[in-house]
Each structure stands twice: as structure tokens, then as C-alpha cells.
Design a protein around this ligand. Sequence first.
Ligand code: VGL
Ligand code: ZN
Length: 211
Amino acid sequence: MDIKSALILVDLQNDFFPGGALGVPGAEAIFPLANAIQKQFELIIATKDWHPKNHGSFASNHPGCHPFEVVELKGISQVLWPDHCVQKTKGAEFHSKLQTHKIRHVIYKGTDPGLDSYSAFFDNAHRKSTELHQTLQENTVNTVYIMGLATDYCVQYSVLDALTLGYKTFVILDGCFGINKNPGDVEQALENMKTAGAILLNSQAAILQKG
Ligand code: VGL
Ligand code: ZN
């Protein structure tokens, strides 16, 4: 089978970088690598966490609750976050250090106020899908390289769904940074992805392999 691959850049938005509403420690180290690796790909897709102001994942929308507490939302467990990536705000924009001219599609997720969406493919209840799978199918992609933020949330769930949907899935390790709400979360996420069949590699190896 011919390999046709796509690069998926997950949530490289201001709010997920240090200084942002939900800054991931160390994440700014991603830029040299995110920009360099784009040269190896013809098809680059980026995702955006894109919440309405009244989003159910925001602690501010649950009176008496605080960020990082866990509640139930429509029957599923939900971590409450500080307000982040609110539609059309500066925090939801791509970071200015990210090269964006080669990004062909932007996939928006987390738009339903009642449901969160860590995965770039489906909401957390697997009720609705984004346009990502269809976009990949239209481009006859069978292999995805995934990197971005955060390892233990959106990267992990996007990778697991990509595998379930049948994509050969590479995770670019040095291109992922995690939140580690609980110590060990990132390690566990990497283990989960590996167990599900993802191939974990670093950016240099990905470049060599693709070059
Ligand atoms: C994310 C928490 C809340 C992510 C998005 O991009 O990993 N994490 N919303
Ligand atoms: Zn979010």
C-alpha cells in the first residue's frame, strides 16, 4: 500500500504556552521543531481548541468549583479548566512563532458548550465527529504524524482515535508537552498510546525517515 502521510499539529495556540491561560511548561521549545518538520510534509493539518465562553469545561461556569477539579458533564468525567481558547480571542490564536503558511486545514473542536473534545476526531462522548477523518480520507491519507499540546489530553486522545480509525500513527515525542495534572500522567499517556499501537519517535528520526 502506498504511504500517504499527514502532519497533525495539535492545539499550538497562545493559551497553551507559558503565560497563557493553561500554559504547558516547556512548550515553547516546540517551535524550531514544529517549523522544521513541516518541510517534510505535503499535507499539514492543525487543530484548534475552540470553546464558546459558556463552555462546560470551564470551572468559571460551575459556581463554587475550581480549576482542575473533576465533575460529571453529561454523564462523563470532566476536568474543569481555567477559561481557555475562547473563540476569536487572542488566546485561541496560533502562537506567533508557529509557521502557518503551509497549514492546509484547521480543525476546530470543543465548540459544543455541553461537551469537551480532547480528540481532534470526536468529542469526549464520541457523539459527533470533527472534519478531520473526512479530510484525511479525501486526501487518501493512511499515515499520520502527531505532535503538539497537551500530551496527556488532546494529543493522547487524538492518537488513540487515529489508531481506532485505522491510521498508522506516529507520535513525535520531542514535539509533545504535557500538563501532568497528576504526577505520571504524561508517562501513562505515552504508555497508553504505545500499547494501542502508536509508534513513538523523535523529530530527528521522523525527518530522516521521511526525507
Ligand atoms: C486541552 C485541556 C483542555 C489540550 C484542551 O489541548 O490538551 N487540554 N482543553
Ligand atoms: Zn479545552
